[in-house]
Design a protein around this ligand. Structure first.
Ligand code: GAL
Length: 622
């Protein structure tokens, strides 16, 4: 299948006489897919019970005549003003009790029965109308679920949280009390009715409660996606279904979500001002590919040039947009789409770049869009992604939620830690999958578990760590169970045997040296039972150990330290880069037997006896 190319298209913002030009210029740019209807609710439904689809019929037909397929949104992302006026309880509240009012977008509570009913009605009406339209090739649930208001502390959310908790604890309040450890600070509940979301309180609130609230909040959003999906299928529509993810988004457990979707899609807005951001982008691409192994994903949104929502919005360098688009393709994407087709003339996003800029076709942005469209069209069928990586790095949302709490030995950013390990492999062009703590790990020769503090079921990981294959766990691993409770017998009670060490103490630190490397924030005091000590802290305590293939690093290493450890592990496991010996900042990614080489430097480099220009790319074979 050829690569989809296109973007969000918001025709309701324009008079119809502009639409003909849109389709003509889309064709000129090589556009093959438009995402329509994401913010069209107010236009489709001017009042409850009244629908106006005539305009949408006309634009979808027009796109179809132009040979452009439609990713049709359910349109539920931004309720019209009449909805919030009529049903004010659909709004969310912050932890401090402030209402998030209408006037922007996404002013709805996932748990609001009113919102859910209205969203269900709109979804049903839209799907029934367009399920057989030949232009519609994909359904797009809502939009970036949870992007602005994922955590809702309103009374309505409190009701839904209680229902969720009584299901989780089988209606047994003492099961919840035990899980949360509520004899602490006199927090014992005698009824589910007493439970609140973790609102602003005089002192830190119960960690088990915080963790369950994060799970509940992710589930509440997922439940909306499920509701819309069920309506689409009940209506008999057979096209695949997606919703646009936001990379390593903190409020949705995308690994759990992935199972509900036919196609994974992602929105990625790397900051062109940050010279290392292409590594973060690679992390997101690898995460998306890993969420549905073997299935190509879609880059649903990226900026054609600058965004408008950072304090100062750097443009992409000439060629950089194409380079990062090819990174997505090289890492498993079968679609390169943008926000948005035509730059808005009014509203908050009028300074956000678009494929067709306000100043028209005589712009660098449009020229680069046209050029990339032509290049993608020439690619033809690409191999299915999956199975390239010999290395897995574990990335787990519930662990993120558990680490992201106050009252720990030291606070650190779990997602940044995981990305740091991914980047250490990326710098060596070693391909990595991002997997969950349950594996499967069979196809890997090297598994890294950065700060896997919460482990629900250690079985698969322990089996891997004991298998003799190469394994690394790093500081703040294996401390608590799924309820954030310490286990009897100390720390590292489940993986310690395989690692040959036990963690005795956690120490918050500013900076520390270990071997000839540095670390900061957190180190541990280890008891070495049955392991070789590969490096010590300056005070002589063990910092880095190995038992068979199982390594333990008792500190949060800086980038240089991570690089040194990755060099050791890659050697130990015998994993090879996709391509060795490339110049600095030249990326190699594998997709089946296809290899994409991308120069992330602004200047040309020599590769394979030829020249790769600044931000140039080249497709070759393994
Ligand atoms: C995304 C969103 C789009 C647009 C874009 C701007 O978060 O889905 O609708 O707002 O950001 O960068």
């Amino acid at each position: 299948m050829a690569i989809w190319y296109g973007g969000d298209y918001n025709p309701e913002q324009w008079p119809e006489d502009v639409w003909a030009e849109d389709v003509r210029l889309m064709r000129q740019a090589g556009v093959t897919m438009a995402t329509v209807g994401v913010f069209s609710w107010a236009r489709i439904q001017p009042a409850e019970g009244r629908y106006d689809y005539g305009w949408l019929d006309r634009i979808i037909d027009r796109l179809h005549e132009g040979g452009i397929a439609v990713d049709l949104a359910t349109g539920t992302a931004s309720p019209p003003p009449w909805a919030a006026q009529k049903y004010p309880r659909m709004l969310t509240e912050t932890r401090e009790g402030a209402t998030r009012w209408p006037g922007g977008r996404q002013h709805y509570a996932a748990t609001s029965p009113d919102y859910r009913r209205l969203a269900a009605e709109l979804t049903r009406a839209t799907v029934e109308r367009y399920r057989d339209h030949p232009a519609v090739v994909l359904w797009h649930l809502n939009n970036e679920l949870g992007c602005h208001a994922a955590l809702d502390y309103s009374d309505q959310a409190a009701d839904a949280f209680r229902v969720w908790l009584s299901a989780r604890y089988a209606d047994d309040i003492d099961a919840l009390n035990d899980a949360w450890g509520t004899w602490f600070w006199s927090q014992r509940y005698t009824s589910f009715e007493q439970i609140l979301p973790p609102r602003l309180a005089p002192a830190s609130v119960n960690p088990g409660g915080l963790l369950d609230f994060r799970r509940f909040s992710s589930d509440a959003l997922l439940d909306l996606a499920r509701m819309e999906k069920a309506i689409i299928r009940e209506a008999g529509a057979t096209q695949p279904i997606t919703t646009n993810f936001m990379g390593a988004f903190p409020h949705a457990d995308y690994r759990a979500w992935a199972a509900e979707l036919d196609v994974i899609s992602d929105d990625n807005y790397f900051d062109p001002r940050d010279p290392e951001s292409f590594r973060g982008a690679a992390f997101s691409r690898d995460l998306m590919r890993s969420l549905k192994p073997g299935t190509p994903w879609l880059l649903m949104e990226q900026a054609p040039n600058a965004v408008n929502w950072r304090p100062n919005n750097a443009p992409k360098a000439p060629g950089q947009m194409a380079a990062l688009s090819m990174q997505a393709v090289g890492r498993g994407a079968d679609g390169v789409l943008f926000f948005q087709w035509r730059q808005a003339a009014a509203g908050s996003e009028k300074f956000h770049s678009a494929m067709l800029p306000h100043a028209g076709t005589g712009t660098r942005t449009f020229r680069e869009i046209e050029k990339l469209g032509a290049e993608l069209a020439e690619l033809g069928d690409l191999p299915a992604p999956g199975g390239e990586a010999r290395v897995a790095v574990i990335f787990d949302w519930e662990n993120w939620w558990a680490i992201d709490q106050p009252d720990h030995p030291a606070r650190f950013d779990y997602a940044a830690e995981v990305q740091g390990w991914h980047a250490a492999f990326h710098r060596r062009n070693i391909q990595v999958d991002l997997v969950g703590p349950q594996g499967p790990f069979d196809s890997y020769d090297l598994v890294v578990a950065p700060s896997l503090y919460l482990i629900r079921d250690a079985g698969p990981l322990r089996a891997y760590a004991e298998s003799g294959r190469t394994f690394l766990a790093t500081a703040f691993t294996d401390a608590v169970d799924e309820y954030d409770r310490l286990l009897p017998g100390g720390f590292t009670t489940r993986l310690g045997g395989a690692l040959g060490v036990a963690v005795l103490e956690y120490e918050g630190i500013d900076e520390v040296t270990w071997g000839d490397q540095r670390g900061s924030t957190l180190r541990e005091v280890l008891r070495v039972d049955d392991a070789e000590v590969l490096a010590t802290f300056a005070d002589g305590e063990a910092a880095f150990t190995r038992r068979g293939g199982a390594h333990y690093l008792a500190v949060l290493a800086d980038d240089a330290g991570k690089a040194a450890v990755v060099a050791t592990l890659a050697g130990h496991a015998g994993v090879e880069p996709v391509r060795a010996g490339l110049p600095d900042r030249v990326e190699a990614c594998a997709r089946g037997d296809m290899v994409t080489l991308i120069n992330h430097n602004a200047t040309a480099v020599e590769v394979d006896g030829g020249t790769l220009p600044g931000y140039g790319y080249k497709i070759t074979k393994r």
